[in-house]
Design a protein around this ligand. Structure first.
Ligand code: MSP
Length: 773
């Protein structure tokens, strides 16, 4: 194989850009669509500049998180991954995104490349065998420093204790090399906040990193030692080279790799910068492959103040916006409203306001006025503009003068600024039309003079529109295609393939050109647009909830069912604020979510090997039978109130309890009831809390995330006997702190006459995370 040393690119006119590959544990939402849309806009611009462009996206399908999600959904990880991956790809197609390749990490081409990379790193002496004991965040698939009970500093979820034989990558050997690399390539990372965080992370010292796992099997086997699977981040990062053909003997693949590697830009979310800016270049340096040219981090899309995410139940889907306002409206909003690199709030109100203000009343109205007037006054044929006066010179100067600054801002990923500059020109063309009013003939103007003015004004305005339309095409491809036809310019795709952004000179809209038929671009959004989008989201959430409960009753899922009706997310989306009023962030999922407030920091969390003498037992997870208790159901308080009578193992038989008179409770409406998010969870860890006789510390698995809960049941239940048991918890209770530990939720239990709790459970098999309703 001769791919390791990639020679300098043969032609500068090629560009390779990538999105992160998306985990298939969640259906695509606007947060995912954001990076893919940004990349699509960039790819379209590069192609329209005549640059040979390769735009890669795909799905990240291995690892413990996916394995567990599949288990909870009752299908194999491969079936699970195939279904969700198809949803991502289907959505990108529906949104008209122009990726050149879509990689799935379960494809053979990828497995082959990853195994080749692993073997290369090992052959070069950068991988050795060791033993890891420590914390692991399954949600982020990341090693975390700390003791059992530590929360992930990135996502805030409870980490799990891992104790297993692993292969280690000598990351510590790359500390200096990475710092030198960053120094020599100041534009490698962006924005500046990411750059600073990454550098300080590396300066704080790098530990060797575990790059294989042995406690589960859903991954790519380590070549030559198949009880190990490759660590999912090494597997995932390698997609950027395996998709091009790295590891293949086929000359066509080798040629593609040679042509497009190193990548010009990996566009990523800010929370995964450590993986892309530290681990990835180190792996590549170790393998003798040139690192990517740049890694640029976007901020988060927030909805109701929280990061839009499945587990917070505050997602909005791109399909909803597309159905009501069109894909271009979504693209415009994301690029105009959110300065790239910063977090940005999404709301239907803001979206509709921008849509009406900038697109319907702005650009769309401008185009329709001009095209209609050319039809009305000139039979749809572009008139001869005649001699330029100062106003025309001014407009021409503005349009021509936009090309450079717009391109520069765009290429610096400052899309918002680029669009701001363009809308100054939209307003100027509008103002020019209003000032000259070609639709109105003053009494003292001759017919000839008026016809000349109409010709000059409309030809000039149409030409200015042609220039801005070409520039905005990468951001508003559908609208630009329509305008191009209306301006009699034909297929904009063909124009883009002909590198039309390289010849945007004024005067290419020739007199005599027959314009196309006027057609609406952005019909004004009526008052009900916000409600319609909200209804679509509610409807979708209802479908997911119903599917989830049906699946829970059936005890399994049909992997062949249509994705929209399959509860492969054990319904975190059911907690959508539109269905139950749960404040995102108050669902008790985590004590701290650093990134939520935009203060995302890199944390030292590499997995260093340990001395085998210090190994700890790994946590056994074995499902056990569950029982139902009669009697009144209650939630067990996080800490039993003082004075609660405690009678371990003295539970009266259920027959004696059935006759208990229920005490009068205030009535609640169904709306109140649905606010309580009751979920099925499994106890992974149960232990006594030192110096607190009544408290047990539990780690529970909801299928979509793990939690720590403190429960006042220590005098009724032996902790060891609880491990593996499926229980019911109140999942959206605000977190509480006790004895310095955070408790996120409550257990549901029947309360016996003497106050003893009997934990609620199920007779049938139920998936983790299933909602009780
Ligand atoms: N599989 C890894 C990436 C591996 S790349 C070699 C992963 N997947 S992810 O599905 O969790 O996230 C993929 C991308 O979506 C990340 O860049 C993440 O930042 C982005 N987003 C997910 N939710 C988001 C928002 N609410 N807002 C903006 N982007 C967000 O991480």
């Amino acid at each position: 194989m001769t791919q390791e040393s990639s020679p300098a690119r043969s032609s500068p006119a090629r560009y390779y850009l990538t999105t992160p590959i998306y985990y298939v544990n969640a259906r695509p939402h606007l947060g995912h669509a954001y990076s893919t849309i940004v990349c699509d806009a960039i790819a379209r611009r590069k192609r329209a500049l005549g640059i040979d462009t390769w735009f890669l996206t795909g799905t990240d399908e291995h690892g413990q998180k996916i394995e567990r999600s599949a288990q909870a959904a009752g299908c194999t990880p491969q079936e699970f991954a195939t279904k969700i991956s198809a949803e991502f790809r289907g959505l990108w197609d529906q949104l008209g995104l122009t990726y050149d390749d879509f990689i799935r990490t379960t494809e053979d081409r990828h497995k082959r490349g990853v195994q080749h990379l692993f073997a290369t790193l090992r052959d070069k002496g950068f991988i050795y065998k060791g033993y890891y004991t420590g914390q692991y965040c399954v949600s982020d698939e990341a090693y975390v420093d700390g003791s059992p009970g530590t929360f992930c500093p990135d996502c805030g979820r409870l980490t799990e204790t891992v104790s297993e034989e692993n292969y280690f990558f000598k990351l510590s050997a790359f500390e200096r090399k990475l710092l030198e690399f960053y120094e020599a390539n100041p534009s490698f990372m962006g924005p500046e906040s990411t750059r600073r965080e990454v550098i300080s992370f590396v300066r704080s010292g790098l530990k060797d990193l575990s790059v294989s796992r042995t406690s589960f099997s859903w991954g790519i086997p380590v070549p030559g030692d198949e009880k190990h699977v490759v660590y999912v981040w090494l597997d995932a990062l390698a997609n950027y080279i395996t998709a091009l053909g790295y590891g293949s003997d086929d000359p066509i693949d080798q040629e593609r790799f040679k042509k497009f590697w190193p990548a010009d830009m990996h566009l990523i979310g800010k929370e995964i910068s450590r993986f892309h800016c530290v681990y990835w270049p180190a792996f590549l340096m170790a393998a003798g492959i040139e690192p990517p040219r740049s890694v640029k981090a976007n901020g988060w899309l927030l909805f109701d103040q929280g990061k839009m995410s499945k587990s917070r139940g505050n997602i909005v889907r791109a399909e909803t916006v597309q159905a009501v306002l069109g894909a271009d409206a979504l693209r415009y909003f994301l690029l105009r409203e959110i300065p790239f690199g910063q977090d940005g709030s999404f709301s239907f109100d803001a979206l509709v306001q921008r849509y009406n203000g900038d697109l319907a009343n702005g650009y769309g109205n401008l185009v329709s006025r001009v095209v209609n007037m050319v039809h009305k006054y000139f039979g749809g044929v572009v008139p001869e503009a005649g001699a330029e006066a100062s106003q025309e010179r001014g407009l021409r100067g503005l349009a021509e003068g936009l090309v450079g600054p717009f391109g520069q801002a765009f290429d610096e990923l400052d899309f918002s600024e680029a669009l701001k500059l363009m809308w100054v020109v939209v307003a100027a063309i509008d103002g020019y039309l209003t000032a000259n009013a070609p639709w109105k003939k003053p009494a003292d103007r001759s017919d000839e003079d008026h016809a000349a003015l109409q010709a000059r004004v409309l030809a000039t305005a149409a030409e200015a529109i042609r220039i801005i339309t070409a520039l905005v095409y990468p951001i508003l491809p559908d609208a630009a295609a329509k305008v191009w036809l209306q301006l009699g310019q034909g297929d904009i795709g063909a124009a883009a393939r002909g590198a039309f952004l390289t010849h945007l000179a004024w005067g290419r809209l020739k007199p005599g050109t027959q314009l196309g038929e006027p057609a609406p671009l952005f019909p004004r959004a009526e008052k009900d647009a916000v409600q319609r989008m909200q209804n679509l989201e509610d409807e979708n959430n209802r479908t997911v909830i119903e599917a989830a409960s049906e699946q829970g009753e059936a005890g399994g899922s049909d992997p062949t069912a249509p994705a929209s009706a399959l509860s492969i997310e054990p319904s975190p989306a059911a907690a959508s604020p539109s269905v139950v009023s749960v404040q995102p962030g108050s669902t008790g999922t985590a004590p701290k979510r650093p990134g939520e407030h935009g203060d995302h920091n890199l944390t030292q969390a590499t997995a260093a090997p340990v001395d085998s003498a210090k190994q700890v037992e790994s946590i056994p997870v074995a499902p056990i039978g569950s029982e139902l208790a009669s009697g009144r159901l209650s939630t067990t308080p996080a800490a039993a109130p003082e004075g609660t009578p405690l009678h371990p193992a003295e539970t009266p038989p259920p027959s004696q309890l059935a006759a208990q008179q229920p005490s009068a409770s205030p009535q609640v409406t169904i709306d109140d009831f649905v606010k309580v998010d009751l979920r099925v969870a499994q106890i992974l860890v149960a232990e006594r809390v030192p110096k607190a006789d009544k408290l047990l510390r539990l780690e529970v698995d909801l299928g979509y995330e793990k939690r720590q809960i403190l429960a006042g049941i220590a005098q009724y239940y032996e902790p060891e006997k609880l491990v593996g048991r499926k229980i019911v918890i109140v999942a959206n209770l605000a977190p509480r702190k006790m004895r310095g530990l955070e408790s996120n939720g409550m257990l549901l239990a029947a309360s016996l006459p003497d106050g003893a709790p009997v934990l609620a459970g199920f007779l049938e098999e139920v998936p983790l995370g299933a909602r009780l309703k």
